[in-house]
Design a protein around this ligand. Structure first.
Ligand SMILES: NC(=O)c1ccc[n+]([C@@H]2O[C@H](COP(=O)([O-])OP(=O)(O)OC[C@H]3O[C@@H](n4cnc5c(N)ncnc54)[C@H](O)[C@@H]3O)[C@@H](O)[C@H]2O)c1
Length: 161
């Protein structure tokens, strides 16, 4: 029996990057990743890549800031597998600019994807985890939460070269 045998993990932003690698690894260890991404075409491609290796995977279109889309992705997962063991709230974007050039609209977009997205996906998954009396929620962070880096946060000072 594999480590994550038949466990179901919704991984947001799993069509590419770190989320995709999480999904591939989870599937390699026996789990079923749900590839939840804004980009459905890329999500389908990732799911196909996993299936080609003999594991199961499920792609869902999900903009993590759209409550209806989040709820639909979670309910479609429940309808297909009847369980959600893990949520990996990974979807995110980077906008790297000095604060004086940082548009307020970009600031709000960045916060929405990271914070509202984490809230909405957690809310939608938790009710099923509570019912099952089991579940894990994982939030993607960054080394830059702890370690300063030029322009990697809007509060960083402008680069002096
Ligand atoms: N790459 C890094 O060096 C790094 C470092 C620290 C933290 N992170 C964090 O790791 C996470 C993944 O980063 P990455 O480098 O793999 O990014 P990436 O750009 O390679 O992939 C992000 C994925 O999220 C999806 N996505 C974007 N907005 C979305 C939305 N609103 N709803 C659903 N999906 C959405 C994209 O379509 C894409 O598939 C992010 O939260 C990022 O902040 C990345």
């Amino acid at each position: 029996m594999s480590r994550f045998d038949k466990k179901v993990a919704i991984v947001t932003g799993a069509a590419s990057g770190i989320g995709k690698e999480i999904a591939l690894r989870f599937a390699a260890e026996g789990g079923i990743p749900v590839i939840a991404d804004l980009n459905l075409e890329a999500a389908n491609a990732t799911a196909a890549e996993i299936k080609a290796k003999g594991s199961d995977a499920f792609a869902v279109a999900m903009n993590v800031v759209d409550e209806a889309a989040v709820n639909k992705g979670v309910e479609d997962t429940m309808a297909k597998y009847g369980r959600i063991d893990i949520l990996v709230s990974n979807a995110g974007i980077q906008i790297v600019k000095p604060i004086v050039d940082f548009d307020y609209a970009d600031w709000k977009k960045l916060l929405a994807i990271h914070l509202d997205g984490a809230f909405l996906t957690t809310k939608a998954c938790l009710k099923h985890m509570y019912a099952a009396k089991s579940g894990s929620v994982i939030y993607m962070g960054s080394v830059h939460s702890k370690e300063a880096s030029k322009l990697k946060a809007p509060t960083s000072p402008p680069s002096t070269g």
